[in-house]
Design a protein around this ligand. Sequence first.
Ligand SMILES: Cc1cc2nc3c(=O)[nH]c(=O)nc-3n(C[C@H](O)[C@H](O)[C@H](O)COP(=O)(O)OP(=O)(O)OC[C@H]3O[C@@H](n4cnc5c(N)ncnc54)[C@H](O)[C@@H]3O)c2cc1C
Length: 385
Amino acid sequence: MDFSLNEEQRIIQDMAKEFSDKEIKPYVEEDEKNEHFRKEIFEKMAELGFFGFCIDEDYGGNGMGFLEGVLTIEQVAKVHTSWRMAFNMQCWGPALTIQKFGTEAQKSHYIPKFVNGDYIGSFAMTETDVGSDVSAIKCRADDKGDYFLINGNKMWITYGTITDHGLLYVKTDKDAGARGITCFIMDYSLPGITREKIHSKVGLRAADTAAITFEDVEVPKNLVLGEVNKGFQICMNQLNTTRLGCAAGSLGLSGAILESSIRYALERTQFGQPIARHQLIKEQVTNMKMDHEALAYLVYKSAWLKDHGLPNTMETSMAKLYGAKSVVHAANECMKLFGSFGYSEEYPCGRYLRDSKQFETLEGTSHMHTMIVSNTTLGYSENRV
Ligand SMILES: Cc1cc2nc3c(=O)[nH]c(=O)nc-3n(C[C@H](O)[C@H](O)[C@H](O)COP(=O)(O)OP(=O)(O)OC[C@H]3O[C@@H](n4cnc5c(N)ncnc54)[C@H](O)[C@@H]3O)c2cc1C
């Protein structure tokens, strides 16, 4: 593996940083406070091609791959972690999954619209009673001949109140477990759908989250993605990609925490010298720095493996798991390093801590990723592409 970035990768990295500093930074605190999804930021991201990584140029892709994608997500998440979600909801969730499993008609209709931001995307597995065990999904689609009839609920759906179209995983054979799941490219304008925004989340406050109810929703058959009852494989494939987006988000947050901690440690004086001179502060900064570098390696390596079509489920889980562990630890240390000012809203330490906790749950909990890494390491399961 080559450890240097090429010129194109540096350009996209710089562009993402410049964009985030100019277009996202001024609104961070206001949007956090108001739990506001700022559509103008989303549109500008789309205009810059941020939702086109790994997408064929025929469908509006930007000609770049996973590594360029994670470099971009990292810069955006460093400024406001909520915005890391947009990459998964548009590009690595719906668009890329449709590119892999869709018919030509589905690809040419949907992918360009997710990439250019005409459609706000989403993906929905989780339900009130179903989380980690995706095979237990209860929301069901009954075959009515010309159409499917969908009934049930989805919970914790990112962009749930604003999504136009997104991947929806439901049961088409209630007794078949994982073999009874089908993926639909759901049209959220159909009658029978109710959405309710979930307020007061601990973090990710500028990323909309909703509970959705489906009541006798008639869905045309051409909205099935792939084959009926083959949705579980689609779901696992999608998660293996969106998890990388999640890990890249944790890397961005880790960078923000590290930089803020260094700045404060050099500025704040106690006992006649910058606190950075005290050995215990040095140890905190050292651990943050090492964790950050190790996480960067795991995230970039997973992206590189994906770009080269090599097995990567374990490496992606390691990046996701390490991101969760290290960033929660770093956010906690950051607040300690800032002393009482860390506990005030004047500094972003509280937001860092709140946002860090998402990484332990979303896109598979840390327990689930521990199982994936351990089972692959022990030879109980295969490392897949
Ligand atoms: C802000 C936010 C946004 C989200 N966005 C989306 C989205 O867009 N789409 C979507 O589908 N979902 C979304 N989710 C849901 C998220 O993916 C799930 O919450 C997550 O998969 C865990 O499910 P759960 O909360 O039901 O926990 P559960 O599965 O009930 O788990 C509870 C606890 O038990 C542990 N556990 C469960 N099974 C085992 C086991 N076999 N061994 C050991 N431990 C176990 C878990 O690790 C966890 O600690 C979102 C959640 C949040 C908070």
